[in-house]
Design a protein around this ligand. Sequence first.
Ligand SMILES: O=C1O[C@H](COP(=O)(O)O)[C@@H](O)[C@H](O)[C@H]1O
Length: 239
Amino acid sequence: MWLFLWPNMLPICRLNLLKKEGLSLLYLSGGYLIDTIRKLTLPPYVDSVEWSKWHVFWVDERVVPKNHVDSNYKLAFDGFLSKVPIPPGQVSAINDALSAEGAAEDYQTGLKHLVDTGVLAKSSVTGFPKFDLMLLGMGPDGHVASLFPGHPLLEEKVKWVTHIMDSPKPPPQRITFTFPVINSSAYIAMVVCGPGEVDAVYKALGKTENPVLLPVQRVTPEEELKWFLDEVAASKLQE
Ligand SMILES: O=C1O[C@H](COP(=O)(O)O)[C@@H](O)[C@H](O)[C@H]1O
């Protein structure tokens, strides 16, 4: 595991690497993360990425209309996707006309189709889809995607995408990737900034062991996990 203290460098370093490797699948969460990739929409970085190769998905999404202030799609569209030329057919938002259960099933069906047609790889280790890069944020309680501490969804072992009706963080209805899918990714960047997450960062990365693992501590991708923290989020680690 690697730890970096400069979140804005994350997309620039890693996405240039992706370009060289010819990889193109990106999985976004919501929250602060979108702020950290905004620089990619500006010169000179914007011209250094082969946007036509990109496919974009959401690790989790709130079940609200796409133009709703709580929508992770809207957050990403306003701050990032509307400013770069990724073909619209390669941006996979949820179907916001469906119920939470229906939207999760529909999203999973879409991913299965991409695996069947060879757009998405499958992990030879787990049999779940293998994503190139996931950019994850973490909440103050240590949640990732919409997988919250103590929630039964943490133990989901079969589904690729599932739904939650009682998210402790509003809005309550969401869809989310499950841990088997998250952990089948090749590379995960955990991007955490600001004062709200200081204690959760310390619990996850500090010297004291927690009796109960935070959801973020269950993140173990197949190849590499890197944390990107700003100085505030990392402040307790430096004490
Ligand atoms: O509700 C959510 O929270 C997490 C963390 O968000 P942040 O604002 O604390 O960075 C986010 O990663 C997730 O996608 C989102 O739905």
